[in-house]
Design a protein around this ligand. Structure first.
Ligand code: ATP
Ligand code: MG
Ligand code: MG
Length: 601
Protein backbone atom coordinates (compact mmCIF):
# COMPACT_ATOMS: atom_id res chain seq x y z
CA UNK A 1 0.00 0.00 0.00
CA UNK A 2 1.16 3.49 -0.84
CA UNK A 3 0.44 4.59 2.71
CA UNK A 4 3.02 2.37 4.35
CA UNK A 5 6.20 3.75 2.89
CA UNK A 6 7.65 6.93 1.49
CA UNK A 7 5.96 10.27 1.28
CA UNK A 8 2.64 9.52 2.96
CA UNK A 9 4.26 7.53 5.76
CA UNK A 10 6.51 10.53 6.43
CA UNK A 11 3.56 12.90 6.41
CA UNK A 12 1.84 10.72 8.97
CA UNK A 13 4.95 10.49 11.13
CA UNK A 14 5.14 14.27 11.28
CA UNK A 15 1.79 14.28 13.04
CA UNK A 16 0.78 10.82 14.24
CA UNK A 17 -2.32 10.02 16.24
CA UNK A 18 -1.81 10.66 19.97
CA UNK A 19 0.64 13.45 19.35
CA UNK A 20 -0.22 17.03 20.14
CA UNK A 21 -3.81 16.28 21.09
CA UNK A 22 -4.73 14.50 17.85
CA UNK A 23 -6.99 11.54 18.50
CA UNK A 24 -7.70 10.62 14.90
CA UNK A 25 -6.64 11.47 11.36
CA UNK A 26 -9.05 13.81 9.57
CA UNK A 27 -8.59 14.67 5.89
CA UNK A 28 -10.72 16.21 3.17
CA UNK A 29 -11.13 16.03 -0.57
CA UNK A 30 -11.91 19.61 -1.63
CA UNK A 31 -13.14 19.85 -5.25
CA UNK A 32 -14.63 22.95 -6.73
CA UNK A 33 -18.09 22.10 -8.13
CA UNK A 34 -17.29 23.69 -11.48
CA UNK A 35 -16.86 20.59 -13.62
CA UNK A 36 -16.75 16.82 -13.67
CA UNK A 37 -13.91 15.01 -11.97
CA UNK A 38 -11.16 13.57 -14.13
CA UNK A 39 -8.51 10.87 -13.80
CA UNK A 40 -6.18 13.32 -11.99
CA UNK A 41 -8.76 13.74 -9.25
CA UNK A 42 -8.81 10.00 -8.62
CA UNK A 43 -5.34 10.38 -7.15
CA UNK A 44 -6.50 13.17 -4.84
CA UNK A 45 -9.50 11.06 -3.79
CA UNK A 46 -7.42 7.94 -3.24
CA UNK A 47 -4.89 9.85 -1.16
CA UNK A 48 -7.31 11.76 1.03
CA UNK A 49 -9.84 8.99 1.61
CA UNK A 50 -7.20 6.27 1.60
CA UNK A 51 -4.90 8.00 4.06
CA UNK A 52 -7.75 8.53 6.51
CA UNK A 53 -9.01 4.98 6.10
CA UNK A 54 -5.53 3.53 6.52
CA UNK A 55 -5.10 5.34 9.82
CA UNK A 56 -8.61 4.64 11.06
CA UNK A 57 -9.67 8.26 10.62
CA UNK A 58 -12.28 10.24 8.69
CA UNK A 59 -12.33 12.00 5.36
CA UNK A 60 -14.80 14.72 4.42
CA UNK A 61 -15.99 15.67 0.99
CA UNK A 62 -15.78 19.45 0.98
CA UNK A 63 -17.11 21.41 -1.95
CA UNK A 64 -14.94 24.46 -2.32
CA UNK A 65 -17.70 26.65 -3.70
CA UNK A 66 -16.32 30.17 -3.52
CA UNK A 67 -16.41 31.09 -7.25
CA UNK A 68 -20.13 31.28 -7.98
CA UNK A 69 -19.83 32.02 -11.71
CA UNK A 70 -18.92 28.51 -12.88
CA UNK A 71 -20.37 26.38 -10.11
CA UNK A 72 -23.49 24.25 -10.39
CA UNK A 73 -25.57 21.80 -8.42
CA UNK A 74 -25.20 19.37 -11.33
CA UNK A 75 -21.42 19.22 -10.79
CA UNK A 76 -21.84 18.96 -7.04
CA UNK A 77 -24.10 15.91 -7.53
CA UNK A 78 -21.84 14.31 -10.10
CA UNK A 79 -18.75 14.73 -7.91
CA UNK A 80 -20.43 13.13 -4.91
CA UNK A 81 -21.64 10.25 -7.05
CA UNK A 82 -18.15 9.71 -8.46
CA UNK A 83 -16.56 9.66 -5.00
CA UNK A 84 -19.07 7.03 -3.87
CA UNK A 85 -18.60 5.09 -7.10
CA UNK A 86 -14.89 4.85 -6.29
CA UNK A 87 -15.94 3.16 -3.07
CA UNK A 88 -15.47 5.96 -0.56
CA UNK A 89 -18.03 7.20 1.92
CA UNK A 90 -17.44 10.73 3.12
CA UNK A 91 -17.80 11.01 6.87
CA UNK A 92 -19.44 14.38 6.23
CA UNK A 93 -20.26 16.42 3.18
CA UNK A 94 -19.49 20.08 3.69
CA UNK A 95 -19.35 23.24 1.62
CA UNK A 96 -17.07 26.21 2.04
CA UNK A 97 -20.24 28.26 1.66
CA UNK A 98 -21.56 26.72 4.92
CA UNK A 99 -18.99 28.99 6.53
CA UNK A 100 -19.63 32.24 4.67
CA UNK A 101 -20.97 33.99 7.80
CA UNK A 102 -18.13 32.76 9.95
CA UNK A 103 -15.54 33.63 7.32
CA UNK A 104 -16.97 37.10 7.03
CA UNK A 105 -16.74 37.58 10.80
CA UNK A 106 -13.14 36.42 10.80
CA UNK A 107 -12.36 38.87 8.02
CA UNK A 108 -13.59 41.66 10.29
CA UNK A 109 -11.50 40.23 13.14
CA UNK A 110 -8.48 40.21 10.86
CA UNK A 111 -9.04 43.86 9.97
CA UNK A 112 -9.35 44.70 13.64
CA UNK A 113 -6.06 42.94 14.31
CA UNK A 114 -4.51 45.15 11.64
CA UNK A 115 -4.09 42.05 9.49
CA UNK A 116 -6.10 43.21 6.46
CA UNK A 117 -7.09 46.34 4.59
CA UNK A 118 -9.47 47.39 1.85
CA UNK A 119 -7.54 48.24 -1.31
CA UNK A 120 -8.78 50.07 -4.40
CA UNK A 121 -5.79 49.57 -6.67
CA UNK A 122 -6.16 48.30 -10.21
CA UNK A 123 -4.71 45.00 -11.32
CA UNK A 124 -1.86 46.79 -13.10
CA UNK A 125 -1.03 48.82 -10.00
CA UNK A 126 -0.87 45.70 -7.88
CA UNK A 127 1.41 43.95 -10.36
CA UNK A 128 3.71 46.96 -10.17
CA UNK A 129 3.65 46.98 -6.36
CA UNK A 130 4.70 43.34 -6.46
CA UNK A 131 7.81 44.14 -8.47
CA UNK A 132 6.35 44.40 -11.97
CA UNK A 133 5.66 41.63 -14.50
CA UNK A 134 9.11 40.09 -14.15
CA UNK A 135 9.20 40.71 -10.39
CA UNK A 136 12.54 42.49 -10.68
CA UNK A 137 11.58 45.97 -9.54
CA UNK A 138 11.45 46.82 -5.86
CA UNK A 139 8.21 45.95 -4.13
CA UNK A 140 6.25 48.62 -2.32
CA UNK A 141 3.09 49.11 -0.29
CA UNK A 142 0.13 50.96 -1.77
CA UNK A 143 -1.45 53.98 -0.13
CA UNK A 144 -4.36 51.91 1.25
CA UNK A 145 -2.15 49.62 3.28
CA UNK A 146 -1.77 52.07 6.10
CA UNK A 147 -5.27 53.48 6.21
CA UNK A 148 -6.85 53.40 9.68
CA UNK A 149 -8.40 50.14 10.82
CA UNK A 150 -11.78 51.81 11.27
CA UNK A 151 -11.73 53.02 7.67
CA UNK A 152 -10.99 49.53 6.31
CA UNK A 153 -13.80 48.17 8.45
CA UNK A 154 -16.25 50.72 7.07
CA UNK A 155 -15.13 50.07 3.52
CA UNK A 156 -15.30 46.31 3.95
CA UNK A 157 -18.90 46.64 5.14
CA UNK A 158 -19.56 48.87 2.15
CA UNK A 159 -18.18 46.10 -0.10
CA UNK A 160 -20.48 43.62 1.59
CA UNK A 161 -23.44 45.97 1.14
CA UNK A 162 -22.90 46.28 -2.59
CA UNK A 163 -21.57 49.83 -2.73
CA UNK A 164 -18.66 48.83 -4.96
CA UNK A 165 -18.48 47.24 -8.37
CA UNK A 166 -16.03 44.48 -9.28
CA UNK A 167 -12.40 45.68 -9.25
CA UNK A 168 -13.26 48.84 -7.33
CA UNK A 169 -12.41 47.36 -3.94
CA UNK A 170 -10.96 44.19 -2.43
CA UNK A 171 -9.85 43.05 0.99
CA UNK A 172 -6.14 42.27 1.11
CA UNK A 173 -4.21 40.56 3.87
CA UNK A 174 -1.45 42.61 5.43
CA UNK A 175 1.37 40.10 5.11
CA UNK A 176 5.01 40.79 4.39
CA UNK A 177 6.12 42.45 1.17
CA UNK A 178 9.75 41.87 2.14
CA UNK A 179 9.31 38.10 2.17
CA UNK A 180 10.79 36.34 -0.88
CA UNK A 181 7.62 34.24 -1.21
CA UNK A 182 4.99 35.83 -3.48
CA UNK A 183 2.30 34.16 -1.40
CA UNK A 184 3.14 36.71 1.30
CA UNK A 185 2.62 39.77 -0.88
CA UNK A 186 -0.69 40.91 0.57
CA UNK A 187 -2.93 38.30 -1.04
CA UNK A 188 -6.61 38.96 -1.63
CA UNK A 189 -8.95 37.76 1.10
CA UNK A 190 -12.24 38.95 -0.40
CA UNK A 191 -13.22 40.17 -3.81
CA UNK A 192 -16.31 41.26 -5.67
CA UNK A 193 -16.78 38.83 -8.53
CA UNK A 194 -18.29 39.78 -11.84
CA UNK A 195 -20.12 37.26 -13.90
CA UNK A 196 -17.34 36.56 -16.31
CA UNK A 197 -14.19 37.01 -14.32
CA UNK A 198 -13.76 33.51 -12.99
CA UNK A 199 -14.08 32.22 -16.46
CA UNK A 200 -11.46 34.65 -17.75
CA UNK A 201 -9.16 33.82 -14.85
CA UNK A 202 -9.53 30.12 -15.43
CA UNK A 203 -8.65 30.60 -19.07
CA UNK A 204 -5.64 32.70 -18.18
CA UNK A 205 -4.45 29.95 -15.84
CA UNK A 206 -4.77 27.41 -18.58
CA UNK A 207 -2.76 29.64 -20.90
CA UNK A 208 -5.47 29.81 -23.53
CA UNK A 209 -4.84 32.10 -26.46
CA UNK A 210 -8.22 33.79 -26.15
CA UNK A 211 -8.07 34.46 -22.44
CA UNK A 212 -8.59 38.15 -22.94
CA UNK A 213 -10.92 40.00 -20.67
CA UNK A 214 -13.89 41.30 -22.49
CA UNK A 215 -15.01 44.82 -21.80
CA UNK A 216 -17.85 44.40 -19.37
CA UNK A 217 -21.40 45.10 -20.35
CA UNK A 218 -23.99 45.66 -17.67
CA UNK A 219 -24.95 42.05 -17.18
CA UNK A 220 -21.27 41.15 -16.66
CA UNK A 221 -21.26 43.53 -13.77
CA UNK A 222 -24.03 41.86 -11.81
CA UNK A 223 -22.75 39.66 -9.02
CA UNK A 224 -23.21 36.04 -10.10
CA UNK A 225 -25.82 33.85 -8.49
CA UNK A 226 -24.42 31.22 -6.11
CA UNK A 227 -26.01 27.79 -6.47
CA UNK A 228 -26.40 27.44 -2.70
CA UNK A 229 -26.42 30.92 -1.17
CA UNK A 230 -28.24 32.60 -4.03
CA UNK A 231 -27.89 36.36 -4.09
CA UNK A 232 -27.09 36.76 -0.41
CA UNK A 233 -23.45 37.67 -0.98
CA UNK A 234 -21.89 40.29 -3.20
CA UNK A 235 -18.40 39.53 -1.94
CA UNK A 236 -16.71 36.15 -1.91
CA UNK A 237 -13.68 34.88 0.01
CA UNK A 238 -10.65 33.73 -2.01
CA UNK A 239 -9.04 30.31 -1.93
CA UNK A 240 -6.18 31.71 0.14
CA UNK A 241 -8.54 33.03 2.77
CA UNK A 242 -11.04 30.17 2.71
CA UNK A 243 -9.11 26.96 2.43
CA UNK A 244 -6.95 27.15 5.54
CA UNK A 245 -9.83 28.42 7.66
CA UNK A 246 -12.28 25.74 6.50
CA UNK A 247 -9.59 23.12 7.16
CA UNK A 248 -9.26 24.63 10.62
CA UNK A 249 -13.04 24.74 11.33
CA UNK A 250 -13.36 21.09 10.33
CA UNK A 251 -10.41 19.99 12.44
CA UNK A 252 -8.47 18.64 9.46
CA UNK A 253 -5.26 17.13 10.79
CA UNK A 254 -3.46 16.52 7.49
CA UNK A 255 -4.40 18.85 4.64
CA UNK A 256 -3.01 17.11 1.56
CA UNK A 257 -2.89 19.07 -1.66
CA UNK A 258 -0.99 19.21 -4.94
CA UNK A 259 2.46 20.76 -5.30
CA UNK A 260 1.33 23.99 -6.93
CA UNK A 261 0.20 24.96 -3.42
CA UNK A 262 3.64 24.46 -1.91
CA UNK A 263 4.38 28.19 -1.72
CA UNK A 264 0.90 28.74 -0.27
CA UNK A 265 1.83 26.74 2.80
CA UNK A 266 3.33 29.89 4.32
CA UNK A 267 0.20 31.99 3.86
CA UNK A 268 -1.94 29.05 4.98
CA UNK A 269 -0.05 28.95 8.27
CA UNK A 270 0.14 32.74 8.50
CA UNK A 271 -3.64 33.23 8.46
CA UNK A 272 -4.50 30.46 10.92
CA UNK A 273 -1.83 31.73 13.28
CA UNK A 274 -2.91 35.34 12.93
CA UNK A 275 -6.52 34.46 13.76
CA UNK A 276 -5.40 32.13 16.52
CA UNK A 277 -7.46 29.17 15.33
CA UNK A 278 -6.70 25.43 15.19
CA UNK A 279 -3.79 24.81 12.84
CA UNK A 280 -3.98 21.89 10.40
CA UNK A 281 -0.80 20.76 8.65
CA UNK A 282 -0.59 21.22 4.88
CA UNK A 283 1.63 18.89 2.84
CA UNK A 284 1.93 18.60 -0.95
CA UNK A 285 2.07 15.65 -3.36
CA UNK A 286 2.69 15.48 -7.12
CA UNK A 287 -0.14 15.73 -9.63
CA UNK A 288 -1.19 12.93 -11.90
CA UNK A 289 -1.16 14.04 -15.50
CA UNK A 290 -2.32 11.95 -18.47
CA UNK A 291 -0.62 12.22 -21.83
CA UNK A 292 -2.49 11.88 -25.11
CA UNK A 293 -5.64 13.55 -23.86
CA UNK A 294 -6.97 16.86 -22.57
CA UNK A 295 -8.39 17.32 -19.09
CA UNK A 296 -9.08 21.04 -19.15
CA UNK A 297 -12.75 21.84 -18.75
CA UNK A 298 -12.80 24.34 -21.58
CA UNK A 299 -11.19 21.97 -24.05
CA UNK A 300 -13.57 19.15 -23.17
CA UNK A 301 -16.44 21.61 -23.43
CA UNK A 302 -15.30 22.41 -26.97
CA UNK A 303 -15.12 18.71 -27.89
CA UNK A 304 -18.65 18.21 -26.57
CA UNK A 305 -20.07 21.34 -28.19
CA UNK A 306 -18.59 20.59 -31.59
CA UNK A 307 -19.72 16.96 -31.33
CA UNK A 308 -16.31 15.38 -31.57
CA UNK A 309 -17.49 13.26 -28.66
CA UNK A 310 -20.86 12.07 -27.38
CA UNK A 311 -20.77 14.09 -24.17
CA UNK A 312 -18.73 14.65 -21.01
CA UNK A 313 -18.94 10.95 -20.32
CA UNK A 314 -17.84 9.85 -23.80
CA UNK A 315 -15.70 6.73 -23.28
CA UNK A 316 -12.80 8.32 -25.16
CA UNK A 317 -12.41 11.04 -22.54
CA UNK A 318 -10.61 10.81 -19.22
CA UNK A 319 -13.24 12.34 -16.99
CA UNK A 320 -14.22 9.86 -14.29
CA UNK A 321 -17.82 9.67 -15.58
CA UNK A 322 -16.29 8.79 -19.00
CA UNK A 323 -14.06 6.07 -17.55
CA UNK A 324 -17.08 4.73 -15.71
CA UNK A 325 -19.24 4.63 -18.83
CA UNK A 326 -16.38 2.98 -20.67
CA UNK A 327 -16.67 0.13 -18.19
CA UNK A 328 -13.48 0.60 -16.22
CA UNK A 329 -14.21 -0.74 -12.74
CA UNK A 330 -13.58 1.60 -9.80
CA UNK A 331 -11.18 -0.95 -8.33
CA UNK A 332 -9.07 -0.81 -11.50
CA UNK A 333 -8.69 2.95 -11.19
CA UNK A 334 -7.68 2.67 -7.55
CA UNK A 335 -5.22 -0.08 -8.28
CA UNK A 336 -3.71 2.03 -11.07
CA UNK A 337 -3.30 5.01 -8.73
CA UNK A 338 -1.85 2.74 -6.10
CA UNK A 339 0.71 1.35 -8.55
CA UNK A 340 1.90 4.88 -9.26
CA UNK A 341 2.57 5.58 -5.61
CA UNK A 342 2.87 9.04 -4.15
CA UNK A 343 5.82 11.39 -4.35
CA UNK A 344 6.25 15.11 -4.83
CA UNK A 345 7.00 14.63 -8.53
CA UNK A 346 4.28 14.82 -11.18
CA UNK A 347 3.32 11.42 -12.57
CA UNK A 348 3.11 11.77 -16.35
CA UNK A 349 1.20 8.78 -17.57
CA UNK A 350 0.77 7.56 -21.12
CA UNK A 351 -2.52 6.06 -22.24
CA UNK A 352 -0.72 2.77 -22.98
CA UNK A 353 0.46 2.45 -19.41
CA UNK A 354 -3.00 3.22 -18.07
CA UNK A 355 -4.55 0.61 -20.36
CA UNK A 356 -1.96 -2.00 -19.39
CA UNK A 357 -2.89 -1.53 -15.78
CA UNK A 358 -6.63 -1.78 -16.54
CA UNK A 359 -6.12 -4.89 -18.66
CA UNK A 360 -4.12 -6.57 -15.91
CA UNK A 361 -6.92 -5.86 -13.47
CA UNK A 362 -9.71 -7.10 -15.76
CA UNK A 363 -7.86 -10.27 -16.71
CA UNK A 364 -8.45 -11.80 -13.32
CA UNK A 365 -11.81 -10.30 -12.51
CA UNK A 366 -14.36 -10.32 -15.30
CA UNK A 367 -16.01 -13.42 -16.81
CA UNK A 368 -15.36 -14.30 -20.42
CA UNK A 369 -17.26 -15.48 -23.45
CA UNK A 370 -17.05 -15.34 -27.24
CA UNK A 371 -17.96 -12.30 -29.26
CA UNK A 372 -17.43 -11.81 -32.99
CA UNK A 373 -16.96 -8.18 -33.99
CA UNK A 374 -17.08 -8.47 -37.76
CA UNK A 375 -18.67 -11.80 -38.63
CA UNK A 376 -18.42 -14.00 -41.70
CA UNK A 377 -20.64 -17.00 -42.07
CA UNK A 378 -19.16 -20.51 -42.12
CA UNK A 379 -21.28 -23.39 -43.38
CA UNK A 380 -20.01 -26.78 -42.34
CA UNK A 381 -21.31 -28.73 -45.28
CA UNK A 382 -20.92 -32.24 -43.91
CA UNK A 383 -22.92 -31.62 -40.75
CA UNK A 384 -26.66 -32.35 -40.97
CA UNK A 385 -28.96 -29.27 -41.19
CA UNK A 386 -30.32 -29.91 -37.71
CA UNK A 387 -26.98 -30.66 -36.11
CA UNK A 388 -27.00 -29.48 -32.50
CA UNK A 389 -24.31 -30.21 -30.01
CA UNK A 390 -23.92 -28.40 -26.70
CA UNK A 391 -20.35 -27.48 -25.80
CA UNK A 392 -19.16 -26.28 -22.41
CA UNK A 393 -17.31 -23.04 -21.78
CA UNK A 394 -15.85 -22.02 -18.42
CA UNK A 395 -16.61 -18.38 -17.59
CA UNK A 396 -13.07 -17.87 -16.35
CA UNK A 397 -9.69 -19.43 -15.71
CA UNK A 398 -10.91 -19.27 -12.13
CA UNK A 399 -13.18 -22.32 -11.68
CA UNK A 400 -15.27 -20.44 -9.11
CA UNK A 401 -17.04 -18.64 -11.97
CA UNK A 402 -18.53 -21.90 -13.26
CA UNK A 403 -19.38 -22.88 -16.82
CA UNK A 404 -22.10 -22.34 -19.38
CA UNK A 405 -23.08 -24.30 -22.45
CA UNK A 406 -23.37 -23.11 -26.01
CA UNK A 407 -24.97 -24.63 -29.07
CA UNK A 408 -22.67 -25.77 -31.88
CA UNK A 409 -24.54 -26.02 -35.20
CA UNK A 410 -23.98 -26.37 -38.92
CA UNK A 411 -23.75 -22.59 -39.43
CA UNK A 412 -21.39 -20.51 -37.35
CA UNK A 413 -19.83 -17.08 -37.56
CA UNK A 414 -16.15 -16.32 -37.14
CA UNK A 415 -14.14 -13.09 -37.12
CA UNK A 416 -13.53 -11.76 -40.63
CA UNK A 417 -9.90 -11.21 -39.76
CA UNK A 418 -9.55 -14.90 -38.84
CA UNK A 419 -10.03 -15.92 -42.49
CA UNK A 420 -7.60 -15.58 -45.40
CA UNK A 421 -8.45 -16.29 -49.00
CA UNK A 422 -4.93 -17.58 -49.68
CA UNK A 423 -3.10 -19.75 -47.18
CA UNK A 424 0.57 -19.42 -46.32
CA UNK A 425 2.84 -21.59 -44.15
CA UNK A 426 3.24 -18.94 -41.46
CA UNK A 427 -0.53 -18.49 -41.10
CA UNK A 428 -2.41 -20.60 -38.60
CA UNK A 429 -6.01 -19.49 -38.66
CA UNK A 430 -8.68 -20.28 -41.25
CA UNK A 431 -7.69 -20.52 -44.91
CA UNK A 432 -8.64 -22.91 -47.70
CA UNK A 433 -7.20 -26.33 -46.95
CA UNK A 434 -5.99 -25.52 -43.46
CA UNK A 435 -7.62 -27.11 -40.39
CA UNK A 436 -8.34 -24.69 -37.56
CA UNK A 437 -9.92 -25.24 -34.15
CA UNK A 438 -13.15 -23.61 -33.03
CA UNK A 439 -12.70 -23.03 -29.32
CA UNK A 440 -14.23 -25.92 -27.28
CA UNK A 441 -15.58 -27.70 -30.38
CA UNK A 442 -14.34 -31.31 -30.39
CA UNK A 443 -12.94 -31.44 -33.97
CA UNK A 444 -11.30 -28.85 -36.24
CA UNK A 445 -12.87 -27.45 -39.40
CA UNK A 446 -11.19 -26.90 -42.77
CA UNK A 447 -12.29 -24.29 -45.30
CA UNK A 448 -13.08 -25.82 -48.70
CA UNK A 449 -14.37 -22.84 -50.74
CA UNK A 450 -15.73 -19.32 -50.33
CA UNK A 451 -17.95 -16.80 -52.08
CA UNK A 452 -17.42 -13.09 -52.51
CA UNK A 453 -19.73 -10.18 -53.07
CA UNK A 454 -18.67 -9.01 -56.54
CA UNK A 455 -19.27 -5.33 -55.83
CA UNK A 456 -17.48 -5.03 -52.49
CA UNK A 457 -15.00 -7.86 -52.98
CA UNK A 458 -15.79 -9.01 -49.44
CA UNK A 459 -16.08 -12.65 -48.53
CA UNK A 460 -19.73 -13.43 -47.77
CA UNK A 461 -19.63 -17.12 -46.92
CA UNK A 462 -17.05 -19.83 -46.38
CA UNK A 463 -17.79 -23.51 -46.86
CA UNK A 464 -16.00 -25.92 -44.56
CA UNK A 465 -15.61 -29.56 -43.63
CA UNK A 466 -15.81 -31.01 -40.12
CA UNK A 467 -12.62 -33.00 -39.45
CA UNK A 468 -14.21 -35.82 -37.51
CA UNK A 469 -12.35 -39.01 -38.36
CA UNK A 470 -14.67 -41.62 -39.88
CA UNK A 471 -13.52 -44.19 -37.30
CA UNK A 472 -14.40 -41.75 -34.49
CA UNK A 473 -10.77 -41.64 -33.47
CA UNK A 474 -9.09 -38.81 -31.55
CA UNK A 475 -9.14 -35.34 -33.11
CA UNK A 476 -6.11 -34.00 -34.92
CA UNK A 477 -4.79 -31.06 -32.96
CA UNK A 478 -4.92 -27.87 -35.06
CA UNK A 479 -2.19 -25.20 -34.83
CA UNK A 480 -4.61 -22.65 -33.44
CA UNK A 481 -8.11 -22.04 -32.12
CA UNK A 482 -10.43 -19.20 -33.04
CA UNK A 483 -13.61 -17.84 -31.45
CA UNK A 484 -17.05 -18.27 -33.00
CA UNK A 485 -20.77 -18.04 -32.39
CA UNK A 486 -23.41 -20.25 -33.89
CA UNK A 487 -26.91 -19.83 -35.25
CA UNK A 488 -29.51 -21.64 -33.18
CA UNK A 489 -32.96 -20.07 -33.12
CA UNK A 490 -34.06 -22.35 -30.29
CA UNK A 491 -31.27 -20.94 -28.12
CA UNK A 492 -31.81 -17.38 -29.36
CA UNK A 493 -28.25 -17.50 -30.61
CA UNK A 494 -26.48 -15.34 -31.56
CA UNK A 495 -27.25 -12.11 -29.73
CA UNK A 496 -26.54 -9.16 -31.98
CA UNK A 497 -24.88 -5.95 -30.83
CA UNK A 498 -23.32 -2.71 -31.96
CA UNK A 499 -19.77 -2.53 -30.66
CA UNK A 500 -17.85 0.70 -30.30
CA UNK A 501 -14.12 0.18 -30.34
CA UNK A 502 -12.31 3.05 -28.71
CA UNK A 503 -8.98 4.32 -29.95
CA UNK A 504 -7.04 7.32 -28.65
CA UNK A 505 -8.95 10.54 -29.34
CA UNK A 506 -5.74 12.33 -30.30
CA UNK A 507 -2.85 11.46 -32.55
CA UNK A 508 -0.05 12.86 -30.40
CA UNK A 509 1.01 12.53 -26.80
CA UNK A 510 0.50 16.21 -26.20
CA UNK A 511 -2.55 17.50 -28.08
CA UNK A 512 -2.49 20.84 -26.28
CA UNK A 513 0.90 21.57 -27.86
CA UNK A 514 -0.32 21.25 -31.44
CA UNK A 515 0.66 24.51 -33.20
CA UNK A 516 -2.74 24.78 -34.90
CA UNK A 517 -4.70 23.99 -31.74
CA UNK A 518 -5.65 20.72 -30.06
CA UNK A 519 -8.61 20.08 -32.37
CA UNK A 520 -6.17 19.61 -35.24
CA UNK A 521 -4.65 16.70 -33.36
CA UNK A 522 -7.88 14.68 -33.28
CA UNK A 523 -7.61 11.10 -34.48
CA UNK A 524 -10.26 10.63 -37.20
CA UNK A 525 -10.70 6.96 -36.28
CA UNK A 526 -10.98 7.39 -32.55
CA UNK A 527 -14.20 5.37 -32.60
CA UNK A 528 -14.74 2.35 -34.83
CA UNK A 529 -18.25 1.03 -34.96
CA UNK A 530 -19.06 -2.62 -35.61
CA UNK A 531 -22.80 -2.60 -36.21
CA UNK A 532 -23.22 -6.36 -36.71
CA UNK A 533 -21.29 -7.92 -33.87
CA UNK A 534 -22.52 -11.23 -32.46
CA UNK A 535 -22.33 -12.58 -28.95
CA UNK A 536 -22.82 -16.11 -27.73
CA UNK A 537 -25.53 -17.11 -25.30
CA UNK A 538 -23.34 -16.87 -22.16
CA UNK A 539 -23.95 -13.13 -22.41
CA UNK A 540 -27.43 -13.55 -20.96
CA UNK A 541 -26.10 -15.05 -17.77
CA UNK A 542 -23.41 -12.38 -17.46
CA UNK A 543 -26.05 -9.71 -17.93
CA UNK A 544 -28.36 -11.31 -15.40
CA UNK A 545 -25.64 -11.62 -12.78
CA UNK A 546 -24.01 -8.19 -13.20
CA UNK A 547 -22.25 -6.69 -11.43
CA UNK A 548 -20.22 -9.87 -11.54
CA UNK A 549 -18.08 -9.57 -9.51
CA UNK A 550 -19.51 -6.67 -7.54
CA UNK A 551 -17.02 -3.84 -7.11
CA UNK A 552 -16.58 -1.86 -3.91
CA UNK A 553 -18.28 1.33 -5.07
CA UNK A 554 -20.88 -0.24 -7.32
CA UNK A 555 -24.46 -0.95 -6.41
CA UNK A 556 -24.32 -4.68 -6.04
CA UNK A 557 -27.90 -5.48 -6.72
CA UNK A 558 -28.68 -6.05 -10.35
CA UNK A 559 -31.69 -3.73 -10.43
CA UNK A 560 -29.86 -0.55 -9.55
CA UNK A 561 -26.42 -1.30 -10.99
CA UNK A 562 -25.47 0.71 -14.06
CA UNK A 563 -25.21 -0.84 -17.56
CA UNK A 564 -21.42 -0.50 -17.43
CA UNK A 565 -21.29 -3.15 -14.72
CA UNK A 566 -22.13 -5.76 -17.37
CA UNK A 567 -18.50 -6.49 -18.23
CA UNK A 568 -16.83 -9.45 -19.86
CA UNK A 569 -13.81 -10.51 -21.79
CA UNK A 570 -14.56 -11.31 -25.42
CA UNK A 571 -12.00 -14.04 -25.96
CA UNK A 572 -9.07 -12.86 -28.10
CA UNK A 573 -10.76 -9.47 -28.68
CA UNK A 574 -10.60 -7.56 -25.42
CA UNK A 575 -12.89 -6.41 -22.66
CA UNK A 576 -16.38 -5.05 -23.20
CA UNK A 577 -19.27 -3.56 -21.29
CA UNK A 578 -22.80 -2.42 -22.04
CA UNK A 579 -23.13 1.23 -22.98
CA UNK A 580 -25.94 3.36 -21.59
CA UNK A 581 -27.30 3.89 -25.11
CA UNK A 582 -28.52 0.27 -25.17
CA UNK A 583 -32.28 0.06 -25.25
CA UNK A 584 -34.56 -2.94 -25.05
CA UNK A 585 -33.25 -5.53 -27.48
CA UNK A 586 -30.67 -3.17 -28.94
CA UNK A 587 -27.34 -3.91 -27.28
CA UNK A 588 -24.56 -1.35 -27.59
CA UNK A 589 -21.17 -2.35 -26.21
CA UNK A 590 -18.04 -0.35 -25.54
CA UNK A 591 -14.70 -2.00 -25.82
CA UNK A 592 -13.06 -1.09 -22.50
CA UNK A 593 -9.61 -2.05 -23.67
CA UNK A 594 -8.22 -4.51 -26.22
CA UNK A 595 -6.56 -7.81 -25.46
CA UNK A 596 -2.82 -7.43 -25.74
CA UNK A 597 -2.95 -9.53 -28.90
CA UNK A 598 -6.44 -8.69 -30.16
CA UNK A 599 -6.78 -10.07 -33.65
CA UNK A 600 -7.28 -8.06 -36.77
CA UNK A 601 -7.59 -4.56 -35.36
P1 ATP B 1 -9.04 21.06 -12.68
O1 ATP B 1 -8.87 22.49 -13.07
O2 ATP B 1 -8.31 20.10 -13.55
O3 ATP B 1 -10.45 20.68 -12.40
P2 ATP B 1 -8.53 21.79 -10.01
O4 ATP B 1 -7.29 21.79 -9.20
O5 ATP B 1 -9.17 23.08 -10.32
O6 ATP B 1 -8.28 20.90 -11.30
P3 ATP B 1 -10.29 21.05 -7.95
O7 ATP B 1 -11.72 20.78 -8.17
O8 ATP B 1 -9.93 22.29 -7.26
O9 ATP B 1 -9.65 20.93 -9.37
O10 ATP B 1 -9.53 19.82 -7.31
C1 ATP B 1 -9.90 19.15 -6.14
C2 ATP B 1 -8.69 18.49 -5.57
O11 ATP B 1 -8.14 17.59 -6.51
C3 ATP B 1 -7.61 19.49 -5.22
O12 ATP B 1 -7.06 19.12 -3.98
C4 ATP B 1 -6.63 19.34 -6.33
O13 ATP B 1 -5.34 19.64 -5.91
C5 ATP B 1 -6.77 17.87 -6.69
N1 ATP B 1 -6.38 17.64 -8.07
C6 ATP B 1 -6.85 18.27 -9.17
N2 ATP B 1 -6.23 17.84 -10.27
C7 ATP B 1 -5.34 16.89 -9.88
C8 ATP B 1 -4.37 16.08 -10.56
N3 ATP B 1 -4.22 16.15 -11.87
N4 ATP B 1 -3.64 15.23 -9.83
C9 ATP B 1 -3.80 15.13 -8.51
N5 ATP B 1 -4.67 15.86 -7.80
C10 ATP B 1 -5.44 16.75 -8.47
MG1 MG C 1 -11.77 21.47 -10.70
MG1 MG D 1 -9.41 24.49 -8.39
Amino acid sequence: SMFKVGFLADVYQERPVDSGGISKVVTRFPPEPNGFLHIGHSKAIAINFGFARYHGGDCYLRFDDTNPAGEKKEYDDSIEETVRWLGFTPKKITHSSDNFDRLYELAEVLIQKDGAYVCHCTKAEIVDQRGGGDGKKPRYACSHRNRPISESLTEFRAMRDGKYKPNEAALRMKQNLEDGNPQMWDLFAYRIPKKKDEEAEALAEEGEEDATEEPGNDSDQLPPHHYRTGDKWKIYPTYDFTHCLCDSFEGITHSLCTVEFELSRVSYDWLNEKLDVYRPMQREYGRLSMGGTVLSKRKIQKLVQDKYVRGWDDPRLYTLPALRRRGIPPGAILSFVNELGVTKATSNIEIKRFETSIRRYLEFTVPRLMLVLDPIKIIIDDLPDDHLEMVEMPFSKDPAYGVHSMPFTKTVYIERSDFREVDSPDYFRMAPGKPVGLLKVPYPVTATSFKKDPSSGKVTVVHARYEKPADGGPPKKPKSFIHWVSISPTHHSPITAEVRVINPLFKSDNPAAHPAGFLKDINPSSEEIFPNAMIEVGFREIRRRAPWPAEAGEKNDHESAGPETVRFQGMRMGYFCIDKESEGDKVVLNRIVSNLTAVGL
